[in-house]
Write a protein that binds this ligand. Structure first.
Ligand code: PMP
Length: 427
């Protein structure tokens, strides 16, 4: 495969855009080499500027559940754009998509739309802090909730439960209010509550983490988080930016039957346009401006193009009673194929999967949290990534990312992928 044009475009981009990209993971820093520049996409495939075709397992990091350039979404955006792209006033469409989302997701009465997953999570913790009148939050190491200051925090040293900034520009003052816990370790969470009595506004969690590979929650872990939150009058925030409308119509709340106080969405809910949202019970959501004291706003929030795309997307997912079964079957088929070839080729690996989220770690031990996710063989992942790319299979350029399966994938595509994995893992 040739990547001449992508390389030239990357060189040009790097002169005017920091690192040549508008979001760091795209730069292939974790795997080396030059990112491919995508020209267009349709269904399960990406086409790059050099004319190469790839089966896409990133799917814009999740939202393309129904495939790229899904026609009802594309047509809705075109028709909507002809009538104006933004008004800064309420539109009927915002109510329609809100009603639909509220009807699909359990346990939420009201939803507010924003422009990204970052904004959704940032706003949800502000609301939780305002509502509970407490400052501290618990997040889990390895979970990602966007790039707002409160989340760019790493675990402190030793026994300290306080976090420290993991990016210059995040202040110590902010870091002290974010407490870091280990995913899947309820005793660790309880000890943090013990040490911070009546101070914790919220736990924010990816209920099925997808940002350290895919990590299934241990049986009962999410219920235990729910109970700890009730006992401490702390809000439980599910960050369903990846899992919402993907793992089930009603997300992880539906899948595992655990209720969150606030739920954050992104990606899917905009059909691939820049959208996020956060939602919850009326009593909490009405704490937001203009009804309540917690301020939150956005010129382009509820943007008509984004709402038109998201509405078509949610309508399609809501109407298709078989979609989640099909996604489960396709991903289970892929998982089985991957396990067969990696075992045959004597590769040390762990495959984790929940529904249509799946990841491979090059380590034989169970991957249950950030520490175990870090044990994977990085060099092996880099080779795997680049060799698959040459075979026309596009997976995320980082060992910590999840593959997102789209319904646009055919069984032929899946077979081709399994064959390619077999080829690139033979010694
Ligand atoms: N939460 C989760 C779970 C995510 O995976 C992401 C993005 N990958 C975000 C929040 C942030 O969303 P955005 O990139 O739209 O700001």
């Amino acid at each position: 495969m040739e990547y001449k044009r992508s390389s030239a475009l990357f060189a040009e981009a790097s002169k005017v855009i920091p690192g040549g990209v508008n979001s760091p993971v795209r730069a292939f820093k974790g795997v080396g080499g030059t990112p491919i520049f995508v020209k267009e996409a349709k269904g399960a495939y990406l086409f790059d500027e050099d004319g190469n075709k790839y089966i896409d397992y990133i799917n814009s990091w999740g939202p393309m559940i129904l495939g790229h350039a899904y026609e009802p979404v594309v047509n809705a955006v075109i028709e909507r754009a002809k009538k104006g792209t933004s008004f800064g006033t309420p539109t009927e469409l915002e109510t329609k998509i809100a009603e639909l989302a509220v009807s699909m997701v359990p346990n939420i009465d009201k939803i507010r739309f924003v422009n990204s997953g970052t904004e959704a999570c940032m706003s949800a913790i502000r609301l939780a802090r305002g509502y509970t009148k407490r400052d501290k939050i618990i997040k889990f190491s390895g979970c990602y909730h966007g790039h707002s200051d409160s989340f760019l925090i790493a675990a402190g040293s030793g026994l300290s439960t306080f976090g420290v900034p993991n990016s210059p520009g995040v202040t110590q003052g902010t870091a002290k209010d974010t407490l870091l816990a280990r995913f899947n370790d309820i005793d660790n969470v309880k000890s943090i509550f013990e040490a911070n009595k009546n101070e914790i506004a919220a736990i924010i969690v990816e209920p099925v983490p997808g940002n350290m590979g895919c990590i299934p929650p241990k049986s009962g872990f999410l219920n235990e988080l729910r109970e700890v939150c009730i006992a401490n009058e702390t809000l439980l925030i599910f960050d369903e930016v990846m899992t919402g409308f993907r793992l089930a119509k009603g997300g992880v709340q539906e899948l595992y039957g655990v209720e969150a106080d606030l739920v954050c969405f992104g990606k899917v809910i905009g059909g691939g346009l820049p959208v996020g949202a956060f939602a919850g019970k009326e009593e909490i959501m009405d704490y937001l401006a203009p009804l309540g004291p917690v301020y939150q706003a956005g010129t382009l929030s509820g943007n008509p193009l984004a709402m038109a795309a998201g509405y078509e997307m949610l309508k399609a997912l809501n109407a298709d009673v078989e979609i989640y079964n099909r996604l489960e079957e396709k991903t289970a088929y892929l998982e089985k194929g991957i396990r067969n070839v990696l075992t045959k080729n004597n590769v040390l690996y762990t495959v984790n999967r929940v529904g249509s989220m799946i990841s491979i770690h090059f380590d034989k031990n169970p991957v249950i949290d950030f520490d175990t996710a870090k044990n994977g063989d990085n060099q092996q992942f880099k080779d795997f990534f680049h060799n698959l790319l040459k075979e026309g299979i596009y997976i995320a350029p980082s060992a910590y990312e999840t593959w997102f399966i789209t319904d646009a994938l055919s069984y032929e595509d899946l077979d081709k992928t399994i064959l390619a994995i077999d080829k690139v893992t033979q010694n």
